[in-house]
Design a protein around this ligand. Structure first.
Ligand code: COA
Length: 406
């Protein structure tokens, strides 16, 4: 190898890369083929497992969406019943997982951190930790065997358990007779939820179940691609989801609505924020350049949930703030195509369900778990490791400087 210094070193590396192009955020790189979802940012359309999101939100249960993504087709009534039973069977957390959550609560860890610590223990008590390798090429067994249904069930149980522990309440044991979403609320609140509230949460979980090659899904696929196990991949995905540039941002959208307080102040407050160079939370999206289809689905669910009293007043305020924000953004940021994103109505819906802001991202994770798992299987089936290249921009130094001379 020819040795070069400074800018010359950069030239050397570039030459070695041949046709490879440099795309630091990978935004223009297509790194996977998927049957799981299609995100059409120009048309504002989201297809999950072949169906439009709007149709799934109206018709499906969360378990049906899980089956659809893991098997590539909707289950028969009998298959669905078997799938629900298998997933419900795993809802009780392994004792050590419970202990990890208790210690995290004592430590006052953020809920998303507690969930990441707990997730790493989800395979305790399973027959084989490596559900991914075992089921690879044998998707027929995915629903009933291996780590997949256990991770699905335990993610929701861990979210609910920590929701109680962090406010000093004792955990509630799962109820196998309830659906996935209803059981999550039951384990959080200790009483069986009204069907309307369980359905609102279920629509949320379906809406966020799958969304292309986002950062956490990509992280899960990278881990799965090495032949690692499902629990490792999901734990890694949680780490990626935690960041404010990905899943950690729904709280501020609600804070903005509360700060405005009444519709008549919206224009003044929003204009002042924009004049100070602030961004309006819950608006704009990297992929969607029209309205995020998830926003409408969640707005409709929020409207159903918050139909009376204080809830209705908050819903009306949020809609008024949204309308003003869209008008002001179009005027102040013309041509930027800024529309309402998923976070705006996520915040309203989850708040309406009585969840604290710091539980929003963990509940998002519970919803996205089925998508992460499906992507892991899809990636593992390719048998290919994901290994991009890095461009070396350092130097190649000829002489070693002795410690005393540095
Ligand atoms: C989501 C987001 C990061 C996507 O950004 P992006 O597509 O990369 O867009 P850019 O950051 O390149 O911004 C493009 C222009 O639109 C403006 N813009 C983008 N989102 C904006 C918002 N929410 N409020 C005000 N202006 C916004 C930028 O200031 C920029 O304006 P400029 O051309 O005058 O500099 C961005 O819209 C944002 O920060 N939104 C608010 C936070 C939020 O809701 N996050 C949850 C996302 S699901």
């Amino acid at each position: 190898m020819q040795r070069l210094h400074g800018p010359g070193a950069l030239r050397l590396v570039k030459e070695n890369f041949g046709m490879a192009s440099f795309d630091p955020g990978l935004a223009d790189v297509v790194a996977a083929e998927t049957r799981l979802s299609h995100v059409d940012g120009a048309a504002g359309e989201l297809i999950i497992g072949g169906y439009r999101l709007e149709q799934l939100a109206a018709e499906a249960t969360y378990e049906e969406v899980a089956y659809l993504l893991w098997h590539g087709r909707l289950p028969t009534a009998e298959e669905l019943a078997r799938f629900q039973e298998a997933a419900a069977h795993y809802r009780a957390l392994p004792p050590l997982t419970g202990e990890v959550l208790r210690q995290a609560a004592e430590n006052r860890s953020a809920p998303i951190d507690a969930l990441r610590m707990a997730a790493a223990t989800f395979d305790l008590g399973l027959e084989a930790a490596d559900g991914l390798a075992r089921a690879n090429g044998n998707n027929g067994n995915l629903a009933e065997n291996g780590a997949a249904p256990a991770i699905l069930a335990r993610m929701a149980s861990a979210v609910a358990t920590y929701g109680r522990l962090q406010v000093g309440l004792s955990p509630v044991a799962p109820d196998a007779n309830l659906g996935h979403a209803a059981n999550l609320l039951y384990m959080l609140e200790g009483v069986a939820p009204e069907p309307k509230r369980a359905r609102a949460l279920e629509i949320y979980l379906i809406t966020v179940s799958e969304h292309g090659l986002n950062a956490s899904t990509f992280a899960a696929r990278v881990i799965a691609a090495t032949g690692s196990d499902l629990v490792s991949a999901i734990t890694g995905a949680l780490g990626a989801l935690k960041g404010p540039l990905h899943g950690g941002a729904p709280g501020p959208a609600l804070d903005m609505v509360f700060e405005i307080g009444e519709a008549s102040r919206a224009e003044e407050v929003l204009r002042a924020k924009l004049a100070q160079g602030e961004r309006l939370m819950g608006f704009g999206h990297r992929v969607y350049k029209v309205r995020d289809p998830r926003a409408d689905v969640l707005a409709a669910a929020a409207e159903q949930l918050l139909a009376h009293g204080e809830g209705k007043a908050l819903y009306d305020l949020a809609k008024a703030v949204e309308a003003t924000a869209l008008r002001v953004l179009a005027e102040v940021k013309p041509g930027r195509k800024l529309d309402t994103n998923v976070e705006y109505f996520t915040a309203l819906l989850l708040h309406g369900l009585g969840l604290n802001t710091d539980m929003f991202t963990p509940v998002f994770a519970a919803g996205r778990t089925v998508g992460w798992i499906a992507h892991c299987y899809e990636q593992a089936a390719t048998g290919r490791i994901i290994r991009p290249q890095a461009r070396y921009v350092g130097e190649v130094l000829d002489a070693w400087t002795p410690r005393a001379a540095r």
